[in-house]
Design a protein around this ligand. Structure first.
Ligand code: FRU
Length: 454
């Protein structure tokens, strides 16, 4: 029995009920954007993974379709784990990880499976296409997951997360002529990653960017504080060697709550991530949902760096010129602050005087604080910033600054100069104040409503 959802975000994707994690199979098919996600419809905790499914015309208003994949066959007995989608011969194909647990969790196997659909709604499973026999010697069959597929030069290619036995995370490259028969090409880094395991690799051939998440990773002197970190690496796969030639790398999001980002095959390139994080409490469980996806983000590479901008379909815009202080009211919307020669800025959102979520420009960096946001969210990180509800993001220092904040009932997504800082928040319903204090040559404020169709 699915559980009942009594509250939900205004426009961010969440499950029809229950738990969701990673976005899966992001694709434009038959004139609509399709997003799938890891889903446990029968509980607000992670469990046997299904693929939930939504479609949209504008990447903002999403409509539920029936659950696309349900676990239970021999090859995905205990879960249909993360994966991706491709259109081929007018059909929509899903490649995902079958999760099989035997002997009470003693023997775990992860294998890559295929499913197809002619209508984009119902899927026929084909079973395993990359099994244990295609895993090179010395790699762990229990940590082999999250295939991301694309087409290049007449072949299908996919990257799959893996791990060396007694080692750390790796990414393996496979090639196929027909989606059914695959061959191993190479281990694209040829070395252990910093994380104990890599998850959800995504190579975007159009942009030349590789995304991957590292689990239980050292914080590299505080360079990133989440215990599980998502990275981008700008570079290209050399298809003749199967190795990734990396030019630069960084972290995808500076906030508390983005994991498993995946990109659509589209122009411009669009990315969405899980708007949550492993090993945190989720106060919305009592409302019958846990986990959301981020707003869609247009992504590009500038000067060797990943840049993100939110894509939200907007309605009415309220505009104001800001003196030193300024107040507004809204729970959901897109705020844009444009400032020239910005020296200081402090914005409080979802404020009722006692509870608020703030962003402050301090000592040349953005400081985000959710310690007074509302309901407490506990994680496992033990550094002072994490314990104090703080995350930091570099400030561009540009003469003309554009700060964009996407607000929904349970989240804020903050963007400046292509960088993003995203966090869940669980404020009281009536905390709707926005208070802005600025020191700048000039400053303009805009708040757009979200063009919701429901
Ligand atoms: C990442 C992940 C994937 C896995 C899925 C299971 O968040 O752990 O590696 O396929 O979630 O739900």
């Amino acid at each position: 029995m699915a559980i009942t959802k009594i509250k939900e975000p205004a426009f961010h994707i969440t499950g029809e009920s229950g738990w969701i994690n990673d976005p899966n199979g992001l694709i434009f098919y038959n004139g609509q954007y399709h997003a799938f996600y890891q889903h446990h419809p029968y509980d607000t905790k992670w469990g046997p993974m299904h693929w939930g499914h939504v479609v949209s015309d504008d990447l903002t208003n999403w409509k539920y379709l029936p659950i696309a994949l349900t676990p239970g066959d021999d090859f995905d007995k205990n879960g249909c784990f993360s994966g991706s989608a491709i259109v081929h011969g007018d059909k929509l194909w899903l490649m995902y990880t079958g999760f099989i647990e035997n002997q009470g969790g003693e023997s775990i196997r992860q294998v890559q499976c295929l499913a197809e659909s002619s209508d984009g709604i119902t899927f026929k499973k084909h079973g395993i296409v990359i099994g244990e026999e295609l895993l090179p010697e010395g790699y762990a069959p229990c940590d082999f997951r999250d295939p991301k597929i694309w087409r290049y030069d007449g072949s299908f290619w996919c990257v799959v997360a893996a791990r060396k036995i007694e080692g750390r995370g790796r990414i393996l490259l496979y090639r196929s002529a027909d989606l059914f028969n695959w061959e191993f090409v190479n281990d694209i880094f040829g070395a252990d990653s910093a994380g104990s395991m890599i998850e959800c690799p995504d190579y975007n051939e159009e942009l030349g960017v590789l995304f991957f998440c590292e689990q239980f990773q050292p914080s590299e002197n505080g360079a990133h504080l989440n215990i599980h970190t998502c990275r981008w690496a700008v570079g290209r796969i050399d298809y003749s060697t199967g190795l990734f030639n990396e030019q630069s790398r960084g972290i995808v999001d500076w906030g508390f709550d983005v994991y498993a980002p995946q990109t659509f095959r589209s122009k411009p390139s669009v990315m969405m991530g899980w708007l949550n994080m492993w090993d945190r409490t989720v106060p919305s469980e009592k409302y019958g949902f846990a986990g959301m996806l981020t707003a869609a983000r247009s992504i590009s590479v500038k000067d060797g760096r990943l840049c993100q901008e939110p894509i939200v379909s907007c309605g009415d815009v309220y505009k104001a010129t800001v003196g030193e202080g300024f107040e507004d009211k809204a729970k959901v919307g897109v705020i844009t602050v444009k400032a020239t020669e910005l020296e200081a800025l402090d914005i409080r959102m979802r404020s009722d005087g006692t509870n608020y979520t703030s962003l402050t420009l301090k000592n040349g960096e953005w400081v985000f604080d959710r310690s007074k946001s509302g309901e407490e969210i506990r994680g496992v990180e033990k550094d002072p910033d994490s314990l104090n509800g703080i995350r930091r993001m570099p400030f561009s220092g540009n003469r003309e600054v554009t700060l964009t904040i996407v607000m929904d009932d349970f989240s804020v997504e903050i963007f400046e100069d292509g960088r993003a800082l995203t966090s869940t928040i669980y404020p009281p319903d009536d905390a709707v104040g926005i208070e802005l204090t600025v020191k700048a040559e000039s400053c303009h404020y805009e708040r757009a409503s979200v063009a919701l169709t429901k």
